[in-house]
Design a protein around this ligand. Structure first.
Ligand code: DGL
Length: 271
């Protein structure tokens, strides 16, 4: 039994393309519809009430297009809106927080039975406490240090990766983590994989970086063949991109996050 329908994946904007990139490579026969809520980005400064309302509207838009599962690529949307989505949808919904926590907990457990994990994300993700909560469920002996890094999102969107100023901002922002004796650092935001090499240089080789995009690919692998029925093995992958505002800006930024986004695939939608 196969299911040819696409999988819906969404983010507040363009950053979730880091997750989509991992999924399209890992599942070359699955089709995806990506929705970036570019009219309302950022979610990372907004309240739980507002983010819950947004994610329900985004999910409904994708469900009306007949997706067989929903991937919430946005960490803020997963942290603040996942329970509301589970209550709202019959379709399987995968958030990005639990896979990231599982990857970090597995890393830690390989080294010792307790450990110290840093979590960086938007202000709203950090304020939600979602990462410490899920890490504690997996291993209560893990000590978690969380830090909001609000400047990293605009840097990644503007493509400021190699600029010397980026190194300074990353060093300054991550300074509170430097004396925390961390074993691993979770990149708890869609945009941070774009800055991964600078973050790795600043944190040093001893600290393992956990990237939500590869963790989400593992998670979807567990769901496909379980609650989500996989596409036929010989299906040709189709990708569709929806945005809620200014498609041209999305296309320009998308090139920094994923290879080969063809312009004609990007369409505007109203939620
Ligand atoms: N996608 C958001 C996240 O992963 C970052 C951008 C935003 O604040 O909306 O938390």
């Amino acid at each position: 039994m196969y299911d040819a329908r696409p999988i819906g994946i969404f983010d507040s904007g363009v950053g979730g393309l880091t997750v989509l990139d991992a999924l399209v490579r890992r599942f070359p026969n699955e089709s995806f519809i990506y929705l970036g809520d570019t009219a309302r980005v950022p979610y990372g400064t907004k309240s739980a009430r507002t983010v819950e309302r947004y994610v329900i509207q985004v999910a409904d838009c994708l469900l009306h297009r007949g997706v067989k599962g929903l991937v919430v690529a946005c960490n803020t949307a997963s942290a603040l809106g996942l329970s509301a989505l589970h209550a709202h949808c019959q379709t399987p919904v995968l958030g990005v927080i639990e896979p990231g926590c599982r990857a970090a907990a597995t890393l830690i457990t390989k080294r010792a039975d307790s450990g110290r994990v840093g979590v960086i994300g938007t202000r709203s993700t950090v304020a939600s406490g979602a990462y410490p909560y899920h890490l504690a469920l997996l291993n209560p002996r893990i000590h978690v240090v969380s830090l909001a890094c609000p400047l990293f999102v605009p840097l990644a969107e503007e493509g400021w990766v190699d600029h010397p100023a980026v190194r300074m901002i990353v060093e300054e922002t991550l300074a509170p983590l430097m004396d925390q004796r961390l074993d691993a650092l979770i990149l708890g935001c869609t945009h941070y994989p774009v800055l991964k090499s600078v973050i790795a240089e600043v944190m040093g080789p001893e600290i393992a970086l956990v990237d939500s995009s590869s963790a989400m690919a593992e998670e979807l692998g567990r769901y496909l063949g379980g609650v989500i029925v996989p596409a036929p093995p010989d299906q040709e992958q189709q990708l569709e991109f929806l945005v809620t505002d200014v498609a041209d800006r999305f296309k320009e930024m998308a090139a920094r996050f994923i290879e080969g986004v063809a312009g004609e695939w990007v369409k505007m939608v109203d939620l």
